[in-house]
Design a protein around this ligand. Structure first.
Ligand SMILES: C[S@@+](CC[C@H](N)C(=O)[O-])C[C@H]1O[C@@H](n2cnc3c(N)ncnc32)[C@H](O)[C@@H]1O
Length: 256
């Protein structure tokens, strides 16, 4: 997710939130984009949670000036029942957290919203990506290319021993929010325009894993396949400005 795509989602959340105070804010799956947004809001305090030490360091570097004494960056895992036990926040954000759970707590996705429910007093915002990798092979050239890039990326991550993200559709999110004791107020989808930065990030993230493969012929073949996908995608982007494919979503909910 780029800053530009993120900012449209965050502006939408600000419009939905309106004049209500943000109060104490929980960034339940933090990253540079969400923390920069939250640090710029008139909050009483915020807590930013990540499962990754590297992400915690990036977040810390991104907001050196904005962080106040009452603001916290926490390294933890939502699968740990003790994490933020008995704390409560006026507003909570799960920004691309659900899709990333697979990498940190596989099989925990159906329990995530119930786990977060006691921590939310007034407003809960979930952002995510409508899944496209599990779909059948698309007919349309651009959609097929984005699907191929996604499958290539996930195949490389699996072969090198990692766990790819697993995205969930917005109806799954609304259903599980209901089950967890939330009322869903709004669901909005945003069309995605993938640019060169997205393509390069997807292909480049495969390189370290491919370097570690024992089968060097396979690594070489995959690396060439990645470069072919990159070249095709960048050619379309330079002709058409972007790969128009897929949708992000925002789901706004409140405790029942
Ligand atoms: C894709 S990133 C979120 C993007 C981010 N909000 C941004 O600004 O770009 C997912 C975040 O959720 C965290 N995460 C994923 N699973 C987690 C878990 N089980 N417990 C705690 N944090 C988790 C990751 O460590 C990471 O910080």
């Amino acid at each position: 997710m780029t800053e530009r795509k993120h900012s449209a989602l965050f502006r939408y959340i600000e419009r939905l939130h309106g004049e209500r105070p943000w109060g104490a804010v929980l960034d339940a799956g933090t990253g540079v984009n969400s923390i920069r947004w939250i640090a710029g809001l008139p909050t009483d305090r915020w807590t930013a949670v990540t499962g990754s030490a590297g992400e915690a360091a990036r977040v810390r570097n991104a907001i050196t000036v904005e962080q106040r004494p009452q603001d916290r960056i926490l390294l933890g895992n939502w699968a740990d029942a003790q994490l933020l036990k008995d704390e409560i926040y006026d507003t909570a954000l799960a920004d691309y957290l659900l899709g990333a759970i697979e990498g940190f707590a596989p099989f925990f996705q159906p329990y995530l919203f119930s786990r977060l429910r006691p921590l939310v007093r007034s407003a809960f915002y979930v952002t995510g990506l409508e899944p496209y990798v599990p779909a059948a092979r698309p007919e349309n050239r651009v959609e097929r290319l984005v699907w191929e890039i996604g499958r290539f990326r996930d195949a490389c991550i699996l072969l090198s021993g990692g766990r790819p993200y697993r995205e969930y559709p917005s109806p799954w999110v609304t259903d599980h929010l209901h089950r967890a004791g939330f009322v869903v107020r709004k669901v909005k989808r945003f069309a995605i325009r993938h640019r060169a930065r997205f393509v390069n990030a997807q292909i480049d993230m495969c390189a370290p894993g491919l370097k570690s493969l024992n089968d060097r012929a396979l690594a070489q073949a995959l690396s060439e396949r990645g470069e072919a996908l990159r070249a095709e995608a960048l050619e379309i982007i330079s002709a058409e400005g972007a790969l128009r494919c897929g949708r992000n979503y925002v789901v706004a909910a409140e405790p029942e």
